[in-house]
Design a protein around this ligand. Structure first.
Ligand SMILES: [Zn+2]
Length: 257
């Protein structure tokens, strides 16, 4: 069940977070077995049991969890105590059209569920604020990374230099060949990063989303960044949409105490 833990975040006693893998859950093939996604034809009962198991690992209940309705956009929402439970047992009341969320409320479990996109956590230890980000190519092209940090700065007074970031498992730059229109959008949005994140090989273009996110973070002044270095396409403990098409979602969970 525990797919990855960030060592740079582990030292903070008032923050609990981890990344799940796809193991030790209740779902049957092709979602076997710790699938967290409700929108992909898996049995609802199994997904809720899986989610319950994951939040229980942090000492919380399903009703403490907040889930976003991800749309591959770059909208960032502030989450309040009254949002607790939204999206936890139904898609209907999830935080709508949002790909990153920020909170300074204690005991509110933030999440992101993915299969190849990056699940990321940003923590501000000075102001005790957390954010979770869905780092797909499109949100990253819209610079969701900077938008999330800007929100932390404007609403909570965060200092980007002091932020601690975990960039979770995702498809790596060697396994992610993209269409030309995707490469062009990245090039247009980040001309300075294009050379480093877009690699041509045997007539194909490969995109390194983990490196793109790291460069975006560094560009905002973030220094403490840990990347999991796990490729979801290569490591079968994790779900990969690119590898299996019909598959589950693993996730990141983070909560302030
Ligand atoms: Zn790979």
């Amino acid at each position: 069940m525990i797919g990855y833990e960030f060592s740079n975040l582990k030292e903070f006693k008032k923050l609990k977070c981890f990344v799940t893998d796809g193991l030790d859950g209740f779902s049957q093939p092709p979602y076997d077995s710790l699938n967290l996604g409700l929108h992909i034809n898996d049995k609802m009962d199994s997904v809720l049991k899986n989610r319950e198991k994951a939040v229980d690992h942090l000492g919380y209940m399903l009703s403490d969890l907040v889930v976003m309705d991800l749309v591959h956009g770059s909208n960032v929402e502030i989450i309040e105590n009254k949002d607790k439970g939204r999206g936890s047992d139904s898609i209907k009341n999830a935080i709508p059209e949002t790909d990153a969320m920020v909170t300074n409320e204690k005991d509110v479990v933030l999440s992101v569920f993915v299969a190849d996109c990056i699940p990321a956590i940003i923590y501000d230890p000075e102001n005790h604020v957390i954010a979770t980000i869905h780092g797909g190519w499109k949100p990253l092209a819209g610079n969701i990374t900077a938008k999330t940090i800007d929100k932390m700065v404007s609403v909570f007074g965060s200092n980007p230099n002091k932020l601690v970031v975990g960039v979770g498992p995702a498809v790596c730059g060697k396994c992610y060949d993209v269409y030309e229109n995707v490469a062009n959008e990245i090039k247009e949005a980040f001309p300075n990063f294009a050379k480093e994140v877009l690699i041509k090989n045997k007539g194909r273009i490969y995109l390194d989303i983990q490196k793109l996110m790291r460069l975006q973070l560094e560009d905002k002044g973030v220094k403490n960044i840990e990347t999991s270095e796990i490729c979801t396409f290569e490591n079968k403990d994790f779900y990969s949409y690119r590898r299996d098409k019909e598959t589950g979602r693993f996730g990141i969970f983070a909560v302030l105490e």
